[in-house]
Design a protein around this ligand. Structure first.
Ligand SMILES: Nc1ncnc2c1ncn2[C@@H]1O[C@H](COP(=O)(O)OP(=O)(O)O)[C@@H](O)[C@H]1O
Ligand SMILES: [Mg+2]
Length: 215
């Protein structure tokens, strides 16, 4: 089964004079870990922005081609559907953490989606365990190490229970121990049926993936 189809995708940022992505096509299998690799500036982050529907609305520019997510045309998905279907974790965890405790950070997104309190409690327990951050529950995310912050960022996205998880170079500010942890979390998620797409240009970080696509 295919989770994401990209067909003849092109993207050019507003005011830029060249196409960053040009006639790009790929299929991402459901329930697998797919790694996307490629040199600095080749458009890996841009591709994730396109798949998550952040272009051309948030990141302005010209988008051509087609993206299909779990059988739906991306153009026909609204932002609520996108939030519920595709979680995205960015390279720099600091930019996506803003609460005063880890617990609040995790609850925030789920509350915004109007998920019931009991369900939020249940997910909170599960995800703190899955990501191994139970001990950090009452800590201030701003005071954690880069690796711990990235675990919190991943956990807060998982609270929304997306079927697809996109990760943009999430291991780059993370020490070796936490990189091992992240790989094991992603493998657990895959075993639970999630589709994982990770961007990373370092071979060692992606060798555990099921499939590697070079762009
Ligand atoms: N918001 C933006 N506006 C204009 N140009 C951008 C923007 N974001 C990225 N770019 C440019 O697009 C190209 C691809 O960037 P990016 O997708 O971040 O590549 P990668 O993640 O593979 O390093 C780069 O030349 C970068 O300067
Ligand atoms: Mg990038």
């Amino acid at each position: 089964m295919i989770a994401i189809t990209v067909r003849n995708l092109g993207f050019k940022y507003e005011k830029a004079d060249h196409w960053i992505l040009n006639d790009l096509s790929m299929d991402i299998n459901k329930g697998e870990i797919t790694a996307i690799t490629g040199g600095n500036g080749c458009g890996k982050t841009t591709l994730l922005r396109c798949i998550r529907g952040l272009t051309p609305n948030i990141y302005k520019g010209k988008l051509v081609g087609d993206i299909n997510i779990l059988g739906k045309d991306l153009k026909e998905m609204d932002s609520l559907q996108l939030v519920k279907t595709i979680g995205i974790v960015f390279q720099n965890p600091e930019t996506q953490l803003f609460s005063s405790t880890v617990e609040d950070e995790l609850i925030f997104g789920a509350e915004n989606l109007c998920i019931e309190k009991d369900e939020i409690e249940k997910r909170l327990k599960e995800i703190l365990t899955l990501t191994g951050i139970e001990d950090l529950r009452l800590q201030n995310p701003g005071k954690l190490s880069g690796g711990e912050q990235q675990l919190v960022a991943i956990a807060s996205v998982l609270m929304m229970d997306p079927e697809i998880l996109l990760l943009d170079e999430v291991m780059s500010w993370v020490d070796k121990n936490n990189r091992i942890k992240i790989k094991s979390i992603l493998t657990d998620l895959k075993n639970k049926g999630k589709t994982i797409v990770m961007v990373d240009h370092i071979d060692e970080n992606i060798e555990f993936a099921d499939r590697i696509i070079k762009i």
